[in-house]
Design a protein around this ligand. Structure first.
Ligand SMILES: Nc1ncnc2c1ncn2[C@@H]1O[C@H](COP(=O)(O)OP(=O)(O)OP(=O)(O)O)[C@@H](O)[C@H]1O
Ligand SMILES: [Mg+2]
Length: 490
């Protein structure tokens, strides 16, 4: 019962039922109209024909009737047979006198002879006055048991040029053949209509199946996806809304899968990065424990190494936390919108990095236009500059030069940081903003990098509605351009 209920509330059945109702109503209206028109047409034809026959009969017999010629019976009998033959309906001709009493009957039956019919058929009196009466069809009940029959009556006065109206010709004709014909036609119409309706039901079941198939596919895919199988794609067929829906779904599931992969990769990269200093510490402590060394200098040396690894661990965790924090914020609009003077910001940032540059005998230069101000979060923007200048110093050999320039473009403020360092291989340029990406893993590890600095900087700049571009020639140096909009719209 429940299954049935659900089945009939499905889109597919609703479509079928809707088709059925519309087509059913359509066919009923059409069938009824056809029957009505046909019937009117047939009856009209017959009534015109019999009207003519009764006039023809009255003219033919007028003189014989006036002369009281007994052959008149044969005349009406012959005419009755003639009309029966032409119309295919049994036709009876009655001659009534001035008082509405039957004088002759083409059927030669005695049942009506000498009977006054003017009471039963009031039209007779009208005709006797010389007036015209239209042929009329009636239902009569006759026989035993009584059966319904349809009969057409037509009347015409028998006129004499000097005596006026002598009597009435009354022609009665059964309409059986029309009834049979109409019944046949209506039966055919019903059968054909039912046939067409059945065909339409089958077709609409098929069509609605085609319509609902993509929805079923999609539902199945979404269900699987919600259970964790993210690699769902639906087949895209046809066009229109279902195509768009399918494409949107595929794009969404691809994005989800990418996100899932990125998350997995991030976790495995992070674990790997955290494991490296931990393994180093483990080796160092185990050697101290098991080697039985008494020399305090060696202790000091090992502990210094351990301390270095702890710092490294600390900086990785700090960076990871910063990234997670940025990810959280990029969804919302929590970022503050304070005016930030870029020259001031850079000066402040460089103070912390000056010592680093001096240690490597690197010249730090700064040039700037005045009053280049953008909207944003100064602490985060400071981190961007700090990461970029830190890289420039880190990846530039001793005696090199790092220069920073601040200028204002038409719709962006531009911070340009260039160095005379080792540069970046062009095949790696597209990946340097990826998390944990380092051009030379071994070399960077010794310089303490984790490969998170640029991805953090990039994330922050994107949050400000800007972007970072980079030019680099291996062995010559690199230039990073940070372009920030003056006003943040997001
Ligand atoms: N100015 C530069 N010159 C040459 N290579 C660079 C420069 N800046 C970045 N790189 C390359 O891009 C990589 C990624 O830089 P990123 O700042 O993200 O990581 P990192 O400096 O290695 O580590 P950290 O997370 O400590 O910043 C670096 O490892 C380095 O190979
Ligand atoms: Mg860095």
């Amino acid at each position: 019962m429940r299954i049935n209920k659900r089945m009939f509330s499905s889109l597919r059945w609703r479509i079928v039922v809707a088709y059925l109702i519309v087509i059913g109503i359509g066919f009923t209206v059409i069938d009824l109209s056809i029957m009505h028109i046909l019937e009117k047409d047939y009856i009209n034809d017959k009534s015109v024909a019999f009207q003519k026959y009764s006039i023809q009969a009255s003219q033919t017999i007028a003189n014989s009737y006036y002369d009281k010629d007994p052959n008149i019976f044969y005349e009406i009998q012959a005419m009755g047979e003639e009309f029966t033959r032409i119309e295919g309906e049994s036709t009876r001709i009655l001659i009534l006198n001035r008082d509405g009493i039957v004088d002759y009957d083409s059927y030669r039956s005695t049942s009506l002879l000498r009977r006054d019919l003017s009471e039963d058929y009031p039209e007779i009196k009208t005709v006797l006055k010389g007036e015209f009466v239209e042929a009329k069809d009636l239902y009569i009940y006759s026989g035993d048991p009584p059966t319904r029959k349809r009969v057409m009556y037509s009347y015409a006065p028998i006129m004499h040029y000097s005596e006026g109206v002598l009597g009435v010709v009354l022609i009665s004709s059964s309409l059986d053949s029309i009834e049979v014909l109409l019944n046949d036609i209506s039966r055919m119409l019903v059968i054909y209509s039912l046939g067409v309706i059945l065909a339409i039901i089958l077709i609409s079941i098929a069509i609605s199946g085609l319509i609902t198939h993509p929805i079923k596919d999609l539902t199945a895919s979404i269900t699987k996806m919600s259970k964790g199988h993210l690699n769902q794609r639906v087949n895209i067929r046809g066009g229109g809304e279902f195509r768009q829906l399918g494409e949107a779904f595929n794009i969404m599931s691809e994005k989800l899968e990418d996100l899932d992969n990125a998350r997995n990769e991030f976790v495995s990269n992070a674990s790997h990065e955290l494991k490296t200093p931990l393994s180093a510490m483990k080796v160092l402590t185990e050697s101290l424990l098991h080697m039985g060394i008494d020399d305090p200098d060696i202790y000091r040396e090992f502990l210094t190494d351990i301390n270095f690894e702890i710092d490294r661990l600390n900086s990785i965790i700090t960076d990871l936390l910063a990234l997670v924090q940025l990810d959280k914020q990029s969804g919302s609009t929590q970022l503050s919108k304070d005016p930030v003077n870029l020259a001031d910001l850079v000066e402040r940032t460089l103070k912390g990095l000056q010592l680093l540059a001096e240690q490597k005998d690197i010249t730090l230069e700064i040039s700037h236009e005045d009053d280049v101000v953008v909207e944003g979060d100064s602490a985060k923007l400071q981190q961007v500059i700090s990461n970029l200048v830190d890289n420039a110093i880190k990846y530039t050999p001793e005696g090199g030069r790092v220069s920073i320039d601040i200028s204002s473009g038409p719709d962006h403020a531009i911070i340009k940081i260039s160095d005379t360092g080792i540069g970046i291989p062009s095949e790696d340029l597209s990946r340097i903003f990826d998390r944990f990406f380092r051009v030379d893993k071994a070399r960077s590890r010794s310089t303490g990098g984790t490969g998170l600095g640029l991805s953090i900087a990039n994330r922050i700049v994107l949050m400000h509605g800007g972007y970072i571009r980079v030019n680099s020639v291996e062995g010559k140096g690199s230039t990073f351009y940070v372009e920030l909009p003056y006003e943040r719209t997001s």
